[in-house]
Design a protein around this ligand. Structure first.
Ligand code: ATP
Ligand code: MG
Length: 359
């Protein structure tokens, strides 16, 4: 168990800034997820922590030791690649034993550790098979066993569940989380799936274009997104982002087809805006539909049942549509105009130019 610290780390590939000035501290035994869209630098970060890539700038520490110039084999990290990367000609047993053989452990100890790890991951009945004779989920668990058997200080997992079916993925998510807490291994997990990140992590690092957008607990990044990127990346359906113009004299947001009155206490926070173009953010689950005293009206376009809820698409005007979530069974005839309440205590206000959260 170690603390992993990145101090202003960058990685450039020619002109591409794959990772751009990232600082991050992962605590002993913490489960931290790097979350962001394809190409935002997640794998590059993991490979630098593993020692496979050397940062262009910045330093990496394990506890207080500077490991930036230490080769991967001397870092005691366990890594699971997205592709599993099992040795196809070796049995499951040999695959798991491989890192221990390199360490030249005694045979009896290797045997004990391999069986222990296999049991933990419920693949102990598969030890004689070759990877080609396993399902994707089983191969995944072999790769995990091989990473765990080393008893690494740091576990690095790169989209390890991406190739599994939905049911197996949900099962493995819970299993991985349980295992990580049981073994207390400092874990850095990479995914572009926000649901996975929300359900497993102690903290999430939201990234875009090589830069950290926000670091926080799942609750913090959901409740208090620090900018429009984070707000739109976390949550399904995503947060509604309504372009508005701020009328400072009346302290109202002029939005498509409605005006949104702001409390006077917000004036000060809004004074740091870069222009009068603001974005009103509200999550679909926070909009109330069909209310008596609405603060906006919209036409019902589409109603999509999702079992316990329905997702309703509403048109504020010709150009602007938003989504709301309502209880299943809510009567909403398509084409009709309905009253909406967008509760003040649930809204976010972002700067229209910089995207920064103001409220
Ligand atoms: N060896 C390389 N040479 C040049 N460019 C690279 C190299 N590796 C990555 N890049 C670029 O760096 C950026 C970050 O890549 P990275 O693989 O870290 O993204 P990622 O967040 O892991 O994406 P994904 O979710 O698709 O796996 C991308 O623009 C990618 O094209
Ligand atoms: Mg990647």
């Amino acid at each position: 168990m170690v603390r992993v610290k990145l101090d202003r780390v960058s990685k450039y590939f020619g002109r591409v800034r794959a990772v751009d000035n990232v600082s991050l501290e992962v605590m002993d035994g913490e489960f931290v997820t790097l979350l962001g869209p394809s190409g935002c630098g997640k794998t590059t970060m993991l490979l630098m922590i593993a020692g496979i890539y050397k940062p262009t700038k910045g330093r990496i520490y394990f506890d207080d030791e500077d490991v930036t110039d230490i080769p991967p084999k001397d870092r005691n990290v366990g890594m699971v690649f997205q592709s599993y990367a099992l040795y196809p000609h070796m049995t499951v047993y040999e695959n798991i034993a491989f890192p221990l053989r390199i360490k030249k452990l005694p045979k009896s100890e290797i045997d004990r550790k391999v069986r222990e790890a296999a049991k933990l991951l419920k693949i102990d009945h598969l030890l004689d098979r070759k990877p080609g004779q396993l399902s994707g989920g089983q191969q995944q668990r072999v790769a995990l066993a091989r990473a765990l058997v080393k008893e690494p200080d740091v576990l690095l997992l790169d989209e390890p569940l991406s190739n599994l079916d939905a049911l197996l993925r949900v099962y493995m998510r819970a299993e991985l989380k349980r295992l990580q807490k049981e073994l207390k291994i400092t874990t850095i997990y990479v995914t572009h799936d926000q649901v996975e990140a929300m359900s497993m992590s102690d903290r999430i690092v939201v990234m875009n274009e090589g830069k950290v957008q926000q670091i926080g607990t799942p609750d913090e990044v959901y409740r208090n997104p620090s900018n429009i990127f984070v707000a739109s990346f976390i949550g399904t359906p995503p947060m509604n982002l309504i372009r508005c113009t701020y009328d400072e004299s009346r302290n109202v947001l002029k939005c498509p087809n409605f005006e949104y009155e702001l409390p006077s206490a917000w004036r000060e926070a809004l004074s740091s805006r870069t222009s009068d173009e603001l974005v009103l953010g509200v999550r679909p689950e926070d909009i109330e539909i069909g209310v008596e005293s609405p603060n906006a009206k919209a036409r019902v376009l589409v109603v999509e049942p999702l079992g316990k809820d329905v997702v309703v698409t509403l048109a504020l005007d010709e150009e602007t549509s938003i989504k709301a979530v309502a209880r299943a069974g809510t009567q909403l005839p398509t084409g009709e105009v309905t009253g909406l309440r967008i509760p003040l205590e649930k809204v976010h206000v972002f700067d229209g130019k910089s995207g920064r959260a103001l409220i």
